[in-house]
Design a protein. Structure first.
Ligand code: URA
Length: 230
């Protein structure tokens, strides 16, 4: 939100006063004096007028987790363990998942308290490639690649999937790159050929690859350069 709007939303200042505060250089965002009314106030920004803190600016947090099988990608579940149960962090209620995985799917999962960041990452327009390692019940015919590249019609949503790239690794294993995250998308794509997915593992999201040092169930904070990938 623009800083002038942020300040004039507070009951204590009218627009005229906000203009003056900015001109008189009495407003600071994250410690820096701002006079431009368009300056951005984010969820995590610290906002001060003179020596008074108007928004304290809590730290933004970002984690990558190696999701194990048998846990739910939700913040709460009445029956099963959730991915958040695997995190030993304070204020877990503030955290949410950026891009879910099915109960038995393993691999890269991102967890954050930054809604702007996770929206950027998950919204379909971003078209971030998500790469999955897949093992199937039946042999994977090379013709699947052409069909996946053309797109597969999903009647329930009445849409055709975006072009996806399939790389065969063995008779029943492959690497698939998709740019969407439709409900059970990979399983339904293989389901088109009546071929059941037995094992599904997300290796990467965009340029971010699951850290090989993380065993299933382990997690770590993202590094600054990793956060800035999105
Ligand atoms: N596609 C699926 O079918 N399941 C997942 O967990 C992720 C992608």
């Amino acid at each position: 939100m623009r800083v002038d709007r942020f300040l004039s939303n507070l009951p204590r200042y009218n627009r005229q006063q906000v203009r003056l505060l900015l001109v008189e250089k009495r407003v600071r965002i994250d410690g820096k004096v701002v006079s431009d009314p368009h300056s951005d106030v984010l969820e995590f920004s610290r906002v001060e007028v003179d020596d008074e803190v108007l928004q304290s600016g809590k730290p933004a947090r970002y984690f990558m987790l190696h999701k194990p099988p048998g846990c739910v990608s939700a913040t709460r579940d009445p029956q099963h363990a959730t991915v958040l149960d695997l995190l030993d962090e304070p204020h877990k209620d503030d955290l949410h998942i950026a891009g879910r995985l099915d109960f038995n799917t393993t691999g890269l999962m991102l967890i954050t308290n930054d809604g702007t960041w996770s929206r950027r990452l998950t919204q379909p327009q971003t078209k971030l490639p998500k790469v999955y390692y897949v093992e199937t019940e039946q042999d994977i015919d090379p013709s699947y690649a052409l069909k996946f590249a053309e797109g597969i019609y999903f009647a329930f949503e009445d849409l055709t999937t975006q072009p996806a790239q399939l790389e065969l690794l063995g008779p029943r294993s492959a690497r698939l790159s998709i740019v969407e995250g439709r409900y059970h998308q990979v399983k339904r794509m293989f389901g088109f050929f009546n071929n059941k997915v037995l094992h599904l593992h997300r290796e990467s999201i965009g340029e971010l690859t699951l850290d090989h040092a993380l065993k299933p169930g382990e997690y770590r904070a993202l590094r600054t350069e990793e956060i800035h990938l999105f």
